[in-house]
Design a protein around this ligand. Structure first.
Ligand code: NDP
Length: 277
C-alpha cells in the first residue's frame, strides 16, 4: 500500500515540499504519496488534532512549517537533542503509536553550506544574524561544524544571550547586538537567519562584516537578490547563496529518516534555484 506523507502549514499554497518529495520518491523508487495540508490556526489544540487525524488515517510522517513548529514540538512523545534545544520541530514520524520529532533545518543548512557550496566551517569566523526559530534550529549543527568563532547578533539581544547560555560549553559562541558588529572585523561566512527579507527589509548589519574571500548566505529563498545579498554583493563577497539548498537538504534528511534511503539532492536544487539578478 502507498505510504502517506504530508506537509502542514498556514498558509501552505506556496510550498515546494510535495514537488521535492515527489522527485525524491521517483529517484529512490519509493511508493509514497505526499500532499499539502492547510493547518487550522485556532482554537488551541486544533493543530494537534489535525496531525493526529492524519496519523490515525494511516499517515506515516509529516513535515511542519510556519506557524506550527512549536506546537508540533509540544505534541511529540520523543525528540532529538537539536529539536529540544530549538524548542521547535519540522518533521514528525508516527511509529508504534508514538510521535517522534526532529528538526532538520539546521543540519540542512550546514549541509548546503559545506557540501553544496563547498565552504567547510571548521576554523572559520561565522556570523549568524537573528535568534528566531531558524537560528535556534541551526545552533547545534553550526557548533558541531567547529567554527573558530560563532557570533550571533539579534535586535533583541536578550534572545541571543539566552540562546548562547543554552549551549554554553558546547563551543565558542558570542551573543551581541548589531551595534557591536562594527568593531568585530570580517567574517568568513555571514548567515542571514532573520525574517527581514520576507518584507524586503535589511537587518542593520554593517558592510564591514563581509570579507572579499568570504560568503553570504540568505535563509529566505525564491526572492532573487534580497537587500542582505545586495549589501554583501556590494561589499565584494566571493560567494552568495539563498535558502533553496537548505530547503532541499532538510527535506532529504526527513526523507531518509522516514524511508531509510537518502536521495540525491543536486538535481532537485538545480530545478528549484532562482538565479540572482
Ligand atoms: P522567526 O519569526 O522565528 O524569527 C525572526 C527573526 O528575525 C528574529 O530574530 C527577529 O529579531 C529577526 N528580524 C525580523 N525582522 C528583522 C529586521 N527588520 N531586522 C533585523 N532582524 C529582524 O523567523 P524564522 O526563524 O522562522 O525564519 C527566519 C528566516 O528563515 C525567514 O526568512 C524564513 O523564511 C527562513 N527559513 C528558511 C528555511 C529554508 O529551508 N530555507 C527554513 C526555515 C526558515 P527580533 O528577535 O529582534 O525581533
Amino acid at each position: 500500500m502507498t505510504d502517506q506523507y504530508a506537509v502542514i502549514g498556514n498558509p501552505i499554497g506556496h510550498t515546494k515540499s510535495p514537488l521535492i518529495h515527489g522527485l525524491f520518491a521517483q529517484e529512490t523508487r519509493q511508493d509514497i504519496s505526499y500532499t499539502a495540508i492547510e493547518g487550522p490556526t485556532g482554537p488551541a489544540g486544533a493543530f494537534a488534532a489535525s496531525v493526529r487525524a492524519f496519523f490515525e488515517g494511516g499517515g506515516k510522517g509529516i513535515n511542519v512549517t510556519a506557524p506550527f513548529k512549536l506546537e508540533a514540538f509540544a505534541m511529540s512523545d520523543e525528540c532529538s537533542d537539536r529539536a529540544q534545544l530549538a524548542g521547535a520541530v519540522n518533521a514528525l514520524k508516527f511509529d508504534g503509536g508514538r510521535i517522534f520529532a526532529d528538526n532538520f533545518d539546521g543540519i540542512g543548512l550546514v549541509r548546503d553550506i559545506e557540501a553544496n557550496l563547498n565552504l567547510p566551517m571548521a576554523g572559520k569566523r561565522v556570523l549568524m544574524l537573528g535568534a528566531g526559530g531558524a537560528a535556534r534550529g541551526a545552533l547545534l549543527p553550526f557548533l558541531e561544524a567547529r567554527p573558530a568563532e560563532l557570533v550571533i547578533a539579534n535586535r533583541d539581544v536578550d534572545k541571543a544571550r539566552t540562546l548562547a547560555a543554552q549551549v554554553a560549553g558546547r563551543g565558542s559562541l558570542l551573543a551581541c547586538g548589531y551595534a557591536e558588529l562594527a568593531r568585530m572585523g570580517r567574517f568568513d561566512l555571514v548567515v542571514n537567519a532573520t525574517s527581514a527579507s520576507l518584507t524586503g527589509d535589511l537587518p542593520p548589519v554593517p558592510p564591514s562584516v563581509f570579507s572579499p574571500k568570504g560568503a553570504a548566505y540568505e535563509l529566505a529563498y525564491g526572492k532573487r537578490l534580497t537587500p542582505f545579498l545586495r549589501l554583501a554583493k556590494n561589499a565584494g563577497v566571493h560567494g552568495m547563496a539563498d535558502g533553496v539548498g537548505m530547503l532541499v537538504e532538510q527535506a532529504a534528511e526527513a526523507f531518509a529518516w522516514w524511508r531509510g534511503v537518502r536521495p540525491e539532492t543536486g538535481s532537485v536544487i538545480d530545478r528549484l534555484a532562482v538565479p540572482f539578478d
